[in-house]
Design a protein around this ligand. Structure first.
Ligand SMILES: *Cc1c(COP(=O)(O)O)cnc(C)c1O
Length: 428
């Protein structure tokens, strides 16, 4: 029996016996100049998190603007072809703006409004968090600045244009590997300078306390809905009443869609929790983003967690086919879940994710985000080893519209018109 602890007042998850002895994850490792802003945020969140008016407005927005609850879909054809467990998809891809990110941005934007902060900043990798933030800022009439690595600006250009259309300013970040980690650094820098009028909406369960806890709380709606939906779904397929799935799977970048679906399932010990990281070109190649599977504890972006770092504590370059998973850290609560053994973390390669992407398109008529395709790929590995009366629940964190250019480039597609082709399809 594991013992589960909420983070304490300092935002510490743990204590745990980790690879470096007795320690904790999370915390607040930031410059002096941010301490006041974080204390102010913590106080505001403590005030509003259970405030009936705040909760009602959050729920109203999720229902009427996002379209919640999102359905759970039984991937019957895929399950039959694989010949084992039943695969079910939690359809976060059907949310307005196309991914789970919007749940959290609404929560934080409502908080920003109550705190009287008219300017919002955000970091983004794949662009989904940037789009979700720009969307909410348009809806609430707030100024929005989004930091994005210049490498990601290139590979996710449709999302960059979406942010422009929504009235946000996108700032390309040229430092470091020009990806998500560098965008986060730049956003933190902006926040230090403009802390008076600016709210920083972090897009995942990382960053200094209270972000990991707060983002988890805003995303737990995913798992809370599943707790109600899954028993009905299993019963409708002839299973025992009240049964929850044998395993819940989710891809892990920073870890917010995974925490959102895992968190309500933590007390259900009959349900395995499996986080799927980006193994890129294989863990052995060094070109991956699997912080929990291949990293060691250290401090990044204001919290202590598992990181991809060298012997001197320098963050190493990461690689993934999907920009949303291309991050050298992971939310501290996942580090905690790993060390206490409540969740398992595995890797899926670029090639496996790409195969799962195509398979889901062809068998179910669903184009998944490349991030989500990692979770689907692992379910495809597990299902044939299980019985048909067992159930896998996969968080389909987003839709793949943003990724079709990447997939076309990788597979040499004949029909896809790239920005450079000026109205003609290019045959490769
Ligand atoms: C951003 C993103 C992810 C990765 O972020 P998490 O915080 O790990 O959830 C996964 N899937 C999609 C569709 C995303 O946009």
């Amino acid at each position: 029996m594991f013992e589960y602890h909420q983070p304490d007042a300092r935002g510490h998850f743990g204590p745990v016996e980790g690879p470096q002895g007795r320690s904790f994850y999370g915390g607040t490792f930031v410059a002096e100049t941010l301490i006041h802003a974080l204390a102010e945020l913590e106080a505001a969140y403590a005030q509003y998190r259970h405030d009936p008016e705040f909760v009602a407005e959050f729920k109203h927005e999720l229902a009427h603007f996002v379209g919640r609850p999102s359905p759970i879909y039984h991937a019957a054809r895929l399950s039959r072809e694989l010949g084992g467990a039943q695969i079910h998809l939690k359809r976060e891809d059907l949310n307005h703006t196309g991914a789970h990110k919007v749940n959290n941005t609404i929560g934080q934007a409502l908080l920003a409004r109550r705190m009287g902060k008219p300017r919002v900043i955000a970091e983004t990798g794949a662009g989904q968090h940037g789009v979700a933030t720009a969307t909410i800022c348009a809806r609430y009439g707030m100024e929005c600045v989004v930091y994005m690595g210049s490498e990601d600006v290139k590979r996710q250009s449709p999302n960059v244009y979406r942010m422009h259309l929504l009235g946000a300013r996108v700032v390309p970040v040229e430092s470091g590997s020009k990806t998500l980690k560098d965008a986060l650094n730049e956003a933190l820098r902006d926040w230090v300078t403009n802390v008076e009028d600016t709210f920083y909406i972090i897009g995942t369960v990382a960053g200094p306390h209270p972000y990991p806890m707060m983002v988890r709380d805003f995303q737990r709606v995913i798992g809370d809905e599943c707790l109600v939906q899954m028993p009905r779904q299993i019963e409708s397929l002839g299973g025992l009443a009240g049964r929850q799935p044998d395993a819940v799977l989710a891809c892990v970048g920073g870890g917010s869609n995974a925490m959102g679906i895992f968190y309500p399932y933590i007390p259900f010990e009959g349900t395995r929790l499996i986080g799927v990281e980006a193994a890129g070109q294989g863990i052995a190649s060094g070109k991956h983003a699997a912080s929990l599977s291949a990293g060691t504890p250290g401090v990044l972006h204001g919290n202590r967690t598992y990181l991809l770092q060298d012997d001197n504590g320098q963050i190493t370059e990461t690689h993934s086919i999907s920009a949303g998973l291309d991050y050298p850290g992971v939310g501290p609560e996942h580090a905690y879940l790993k060390d206490i053994g409540r969740a398992e973390y595995v890797g899926v390669t670029d090639a496996e994710a790409l195969e799962a992407f195509h398979r889901l398109c062809r068998t179910e008529g669903i184009i998944p985000a490349l991030e989500s395709a990692h979770a689907v790929a692992h379910a495809m590995k597990m299902a044939p080893t299980m019985r048909p009366d067992q159930h896998l629940l996969v968080n389909l964190s987003g839709r793949g519209d943003k990724d079709i250019g990447t997939v076309a480039d990788l597979t040499g597609a004949e029909f896809y018109c790239r920005p450079s082709c000026r109205g003609q399809t290019v045959k490769q």
